[in-house]
Design a protein around this ligand. Structure first.
Ligand SMILES: Cc1cc2nc3c(=O)[nH]c(=O)nc-3n(C[C@H](O)[C@H](O)[C@H](O)COP(=O)(O)O)c2cc1C
Length: 221
């Protein structure tokens, strides 16, 4: 893999113009399980996976354990997941189990989002947040390279048998990976139910109007 660029954009960005500005891939990304071949391979796959390691990581514990499953191994994973669902979700209807099997077999690649909690001064919650941040980097990297994915999970991800089958100490979920179908691309983004003004407070006292000017779309200008 080539050396990463040493610097962020310089000078710092002060306005975002045009549809393809520097933040567009983060603002436009979406998850989808409607995936076809191909999934990333070779140096692109390695670079995508390496973005997980760039997540903030208190104490540099490197808790991530990623497992790439593709080709015939997906059937083994689907069988192991099915057994985990049977063990952890007693009474799950056959249709639900069938749906999960189909999902895992349909995705060109499944990434198991494993992690290794470590004892010590860094709380486990913080390690888990690093794992989640790494998974977000993966989703963004997939989107930015023209691929896509969806993070899925359930109580069955805490099943010891499934973790053993994947050779990971713990699991926060699976990521379905491939190329979004044309229909998924056309559908694109889900509508945000929350406007930026509803979850962002500028300053400590919300009663004082902030000085940051807002555009009609609510993005600080
Ligand atoms: C930890 C975690 C587990 C998830 N598990 C599932 C799941 O099992 N099934 C599902 O349909 N979506 C699941 N989601 C939500 C999807 O990954 C995705 O965020 C959702 O479909 C919304 O799409 P968006 O990312 O384009 O907003 C999960 C998300 C997270 C963060």
């Amino acid at each position: 893999m080539s050396e990463p660029r040493a610097n962020p954009p310089s000078p710092p960005v002060t306005s975002l113009k045009g549809a393809d500005h520097v933040l567009a891939p983060l603002l436009d990304r979406f998850s989808t399980a409607e995936l076809t071949e191909p999934a990333p391979q070779g140096a692109v796959l390695e670079a995508v996976l390496t973005t997980a390691l760039r997540a903030p990581d208190h104490g540099h514990l490197q808790p991530w354990r990623l497992v790439v499953v593709q080709g015939g191994e997906r059937a083994e994973l689907a069988a192991a997941s099915d057994a985990a669902i049977a063990r952890t979700m007693a009474g799950a209807p056959a249709s639900k189990r069938q749906k999960w099997r189909e999902r895992l077999l349909k995705a060109p690649m499944v990434l198991a989002l494993g992690w290794a909690p470590q004892e010590g001064r860094i709380p486990e919650d913080e390690q888990l947040l690093s794992v989640g941040a790494g998974a977000m980097n993966l989703l963004n990297a997939l989107f930015m390279t023209g691929y896509g994915g969806q993070w899925v999970s359930g109580p069955w991800c805490q099943d010891a048998g499934l973790c053993r089958a994947l050779n990971v100490p713990a699991l926060v979920g699976l990521m379905l990976v491939g190329t979004p179908t044309v229909e998924a691309r056309q559908r694109g983004l889900r509508k945000l139910r929350t406007a930026p003004k509803d979850f962002i407070q500028y300053g400590l006292n919300p009663a004082i109007p902030n000085k940051t000017t807002q555009t009609s779309k609510g993005v600080p200008a």
